[in-house]
Design a protein around this ligand. Structure first.
Ligand code: B12
Length: 339
């Protein structure tokens, strides 16, 4: 995506969040800190859940104007473009088509199918799945395998000016069998990072393929550029970003030890499912160091075109980082300090 466009969109989102935060200030947060609130679509209930802090749930078919100033995320059925999906008369809403020939209750079935991207209502031919269902399953499975075993395109890394280092993993088979190796930087990586990176930045951004190189290829450019913009507009300085090949989430502890940043944000490919093989996560931690416990990390997951839109995720991550810095805590400690 065009970086100028990303900058514009990010600015608009940050302004929107700040305006909203100005009017909905929470007593627990001082007046200087914007309070980000993002609505997510709840795949399972379809109705708004009681708000649990910053994240609440959006009804699947709520339109942009009905979201009361919050970042609107579309429902799965609105974002899916093709493949077993039919358009309703309104043209804007696309519903999955059922594979059941004579459903007992078509409306109920349609309702259920519109609430989840899972393979329900697909019908069958005798005891077996229908051919198109089976082929789609095989296709999605192949995409998942490719995502795990593929490598991230070097051009993308060059474009984002990310130099590459590796963990202690030698190949993908080892990566899968030995998660502990993916949590440690190689000695060479440590040396390169120490030479090339600015020490003790406020925010250190790192990118890793993790369990899906496709997730990085599809989303990281938009997330990274909008996150950069978001941090810039919030006045937060960043360190030298880089890419870690075959990394796991806890590799951020080694980076924390080496560079001593206040916050690490790791953009990493999620384990692919059979709905999306291109989903990215942002894991965040305040002062990650050796011995950091899992409860002190936090995650914004499901970043892809059918989930949290990448550009919006970048802007949102920026506001979360601001909050982490304010409370000098992340994960469960952040929740405890906030309440
Ligand atoms: C695999 C997985 C797990 C595995 C991790 C096992 C392992 N060692 O790899 C297990 C079953 C242990 C697990 C546990 C939990 N998980 Co989980 N998990 C996932 C899953 C399916 C894939 C994650 C992934 O690919 N990570 C990338 C790879 C490269 O990371 P990794 O280094 O191999 O493994 C680390 C991460 O997976 C991380 N992790 C896994 N889950 C969670 C959850 C949170 C809140 C955090 C901070 C970290 C984290 O812990 C691993 C060890 O460091 C995602 C779904 C998704 N779409 O992302 C949900 C997901 C991330 N998990 C989730 C949740 C809620 C949890 C639990 C809090 C559940 C619970 N109530 O106990 C715990 C917390 C664990 C923790 N580390 O703090 C949610 C997070 C929702 C959110 N946005 O906050 C997700 C998105 C699932 C969902 N849709 O609800 N999880």
């Amino acid at each position: 995506m065009n970086p100028e466009l990303i900058e514009k969109v990010t600015k608009l989102i940050v302004e929107k969040l700040q305006t909203q935060n100005g009017s909905e200030r929470n007593t627990a947060i001082s007046s200087e800190t914007p309070r980000a609130e993002v609505k997510f679509w709840d795949h399972t209930s379809g109705s708004p859940l009681p708000s649990t802090g910053h994240q609440s749930v959006m009804e699947p078919n709520k339109s942009v104007t009905e979201t009361d100033g919050l970042i609107p995320f579309g429902s799965y059925s609105e974002t899916k473009e093709s493949g077993g999906f039919v358009e309703s008369q309104s043209k804007d809403v696309i519903h999955p088509s059922s594979g059941i020939e004579e459903p007992f209750n078509p409306e109920e079935l349609q309702e259920l199918m519109s609430k989840t991207p899972a393979r329900i209502g697909i019908g069958r031919a005798g005891l077996r799945p229908k051919t198109d269902t089976w082929l789609k399953f095989r296709f999605d499975h192949a995409a998942a395998v490719d995502a795990v075993y593929g490598d991230v395109n070097e051009e993308l890394l060059n474009r984002l000016d990310l130099f590459k280092v590796s963990t202690r993993v030698s190949d993908k088979e080892v990566y899968i069998r030995r998660p502990d190796y993916g949590r440690k930087l190689s000695d060479e990586a440590k040396q390169i990072i120490s030479e090339k990176c600015r020490k003790a930045p406020t925010v250190q951004i790192i990118v890793s393929d993790g369990l899906s190189s496709s997730a990085v290829e599809e989303n990281v450019e938009d997330v990274y550029l909008s996150l950069e913009q978001s941090l810039k507009s919030l006045g937060l300085e960043t360190g030298t970003p880089f890419y870690i090949e075959k990394g796991r989430v806890a590799v951020m502890d080694d980076v924390g030890e080496l560079l001593q940043p206040k916050v690490v944000v790791l953009l990493i490919g999620e384990r692919p499912g059979l709905v999306s093989a291109e989903s990215l996560s942002a894991y965040l931690c305040y002062m990650p160091r050796l011995g950091t416990i899992e409860a002190d990390r936090m995650v914004i997951s499901n970043i892809h075109k059918g989930g949290i839109p990448p550009v919006e995720a970048g802007a949102y991550i920026g506001t979360i980082i601001q909050k982490i810095l304010k409370y000098e805590a992340s994960g469960v400690s952040l929740v405890q300090k906030e309440s």
